[in-house]
Design a protein around this ligand. Structure first.
Ligand code: TNX
Length: 636
């Protein structure tokens, strides 16, 4: 390519780094009237910029140089500063760049070289060598006995249903056996696999017995049958003659935590229905029961709302010439997508068949830029002169609690969401509302005065209390990130998802909130998995090697008998998608750490053991290979 950009860290301190950026014109033509667009996810201090000027909206930067022309075979250089901790990884560098010349008439692709880091980590985590376990089960069942021998499935094997609750689980088993081994069970034949009702078993519990007479799956709930099926799928192996066999075992199993979830961000990058289903299917393999679907954010609105088609027509796409600038990737092209309500229904049904409840998240009042840009007449207050910058560097991404339009918007959106999603819970976000917001808004100031509010946090509470009541009137319970209780307005019915720290989670629990734990330091799958600079990911919360993910023990400091534990409903991991541009990146970030998280969710503390897990993982990799999951090689 004829143009190349290099970025280098020149110096670094604790929260301050200086950078040098060079653009090489390797073509044989002079560049005139040019600008450079690039993507970086940290905020460049505008005053620190040398040799031109920089404008930044979110991660999208436009550099206007102090020279009009860049002659062939010459280079341009500038420096700037960012208030950031030292960078350690190549994905911290520029994510994309595009050269615009002749006052916008021409676009030129640019080659990016890896960022020159000042101090990449030297350490590497290493996994102990272990023997592959003959039982490749993850998460580990809470009670399992193995016996000598294997049961063989044959061409005449039949799946026999003696429990109507098992219908979907049995269909799922057929689909998976077909997909993994091209195996088709007969409709009439030998009753080798029997699903049987066992009303003594609670929600999620199951028993799986494999012996000389065949395979028996027992449960008293739909979810129990799905979990029994997941264990069976993991136990089935194909022998040298391509026969399917399963080892003789007796498993008596039940979940440790009632809520076992994963969140997927579909706003920062859009993941197709197929990608979402693929992930949901994987979640079912590991006995998760909740898929938390992050559907809206600053960079995209992904859910069709019939009352406001603008939300997806405008807010679903970004790129030059669109209301939303390019973000995170794909500078040269329009990028985006959304889920129609029919597709949402399809995903919900697919998840239900696999024992998974889908909780939608509509993030308010922060993280709302896509909505605001789509519906400015409704959601903007032109007189608002408040100065703020959100964590992702926007100054126009917060809904106003003082505009009638905000409530109209919320009513319509929540009504459609409540109708569409069978889930009892609706996630309302509430995270990361930036300081400074609403301070210079005449409408907000008037509302504060009228209500006697002392701080803008109370305005946030005001809006969330409205959302909570609205959802209640629709038969739903509101859940939100830990900031949802800021301003002290929502009721204790609201469930808090804590992400910043366990301390915050405990605080909420002590106040009487039920809590889901999703601590960034242990459960964020967008964090890098090791210290080498090539590892994709971010590290603002931590580097999370497989061992740290596995060793996550919720509230390790709190005694087992402490009643506060009753308020902890469960755990979830999360994949934020700033760097998740395609399927293989998703696979890489999710696997194998998802399997480690699954064990934290399911297996009792006393049954968990790092090396034992590794020995099961080692044999389990075959199953990942069969599904063409492009996981990170644990023993590389
Ligand atoms: C924090 S966790 C966020 C997200 C980002 C993520 C990146 C939370 C409620 N907010 O908006 O995508 O960090 O790791």
């Amino acid at each position: 390519m004829s143009y190349r950009v290099e970025l280098a860290v020149l110096s670094e301190q604790k929260q301050f780094c200086r950078f040098g950026l060079t653009l090489h014109n390797l073509s044989d033509k002079d560049l005139t009237d040019w600008r450079l667009q690039f993507i970086v996810d940290r905020f460049i201090q505008p005053d620190s910029f040398t040799h031109g000027d920089i404008k930044q909206v979110g991660s999208f930067c436009t550099l206007s140089p102090d020279i009009d022309s860049l002659p062939a075979n010459q280079h341009y250089y500038c420096e700037f500063s960012i208030n950031t901790a030292p960078l350690r990884f190549y994905t911290d560098g520029l994510k994309d760049a595009l050269l615009i010349s002749n006052n916008g008439a021409e676009q030129h692709p640019v080659t990016l070289t890896p960022i020159v880091l000042a101090s990449p980590y030297r350490e590497h985590s290493q996994l102990p060598e272990v023997e592959a376990n003959s039982l490749a089960l993850i998460p580990k069942p809470n009670r399992i006995e193995q016996f000598e021998g294997h049961f063989k499935l044959t061409a005449s094997s039949q799946i026999t249903l003696q429990a109507s609750l098992a219908e979907k689980a049995a269909t799922w088993l057929q689909l998976e056996l077909h997909h993994l081994y091209d195996f088709t069970a007969q409709t009439i034949g030998q009753s080798d696999i029997i699903y049987r009702n066992n009303p003594t078993l609670d929600e999620g519990e199951y028993q799986l017995t494999i012996g000389a007479s065949g395979i028996r799956l027992e449960a008293g709930s739909r979810s129990g049958f799905v979990h029994a099926t997941a264990s069976l799928i993991q136990l089935i192996q194909s022998d040298d003659e391509n026969n399917l066999t399963a080892p003789y075992v007796k498993i008596v199993d039940q979940p440790r935590f009632k809520y076992r979830g994963m969140m997927l961000d579909c706003a920062r990058h859009f993941h197709s229905v197929d990608m979402v289903k693929r992930l949901i299917n994987q979640l079912a393999y590991y006995k998760f029961n909740t898929f938390h679907w992050h559907l809206t954010d600053d960079e995209g609105w992904r859910l069709e709302i019939k009352a406001f088609p603008e939300l997806t027509a405008i807010g679903g796409y970004r790129g030059t010439g669109h209301a939303i600038e390019p973000q995170y990737s794909h500078l040269a092209a329009t990028y985006g997508g959304y889920y129609s309500q029919d597709e949402i229904k399809e995903v919900i049904a697919y998840a239900q068949d696999r024992g998974i409840n889908v909780i939608p998240e509509i993030d308010i009042p922060g993280h709302c830029r896509a909505a605001i840009k789509s519906l400015p007449e409704l959601l903007c207050e032109p007189e608002d002169k408040s100065q703020y910058r959100s964590i992702q560097h926007y100054n126009d991404n917060v809904l106003s609690p003082a505009l009638p339009g905000t409530y109209h918007f919320l009513d319509k959106v929540l009504e459609e969401v409540a109708e569409l999603f069978p889930s009892d819970w609706v996630h309302i976000g509430a995270d990361e509302v930036p300081d400074g917001v609403w301070l210079e808004s005449p409408a907000c100031q008037a509302l504060m005065k009228k209500e006697g509010y002392q701080s803008t946090k109370e305005l946030q509470g005001h809006l969330l209390r409205y959302a909570e009541k609205k959802l209640r009137s629709l038969g739903k319970r509101m859940v939100g990130w830990e900031e949802a209780q800021h301003g002290n307005k929502v009721s204790k019915d609201t469930i808090i998802y804590s992400w910043l720290s366990e301390e915050a989670a405990l605080n909420c629990a002590k106040q009487g909130f039920d809590v889901i734990l999703q601590p960034g330091q242990s459960t964020y799958l967008d964090m890098t998995q090791d210290y080498a600079p090539e590892e994709p990911g971010v590290d603002w919360a931590a580097v999370i090697p497989l061992e740290s993910a596995y060793r996550y023990e919720p509230l390790a400091e709190v005694p087992d008998a402490d009643p506060i534990r009753k308020r902890i409903l469960g755990i979830q991991c999360a994949l934020w998608s700033e760097i998740i541009t395609h399927q293989s990146r998703m696979d890489y970030m999710v696997f194998p750490r998802l399997t480690a998280m699954a064990e934290a969710c399911w297996t009792e503390k006393s049954e968990r053991d790092w090396e034992d897990y590794l020995s099961r993982l080692k044999s389990h990799l075959d199953l990942l290979d069969r599904q063409q999951i492009e996981y990170r090689q644990p023993w590389k």
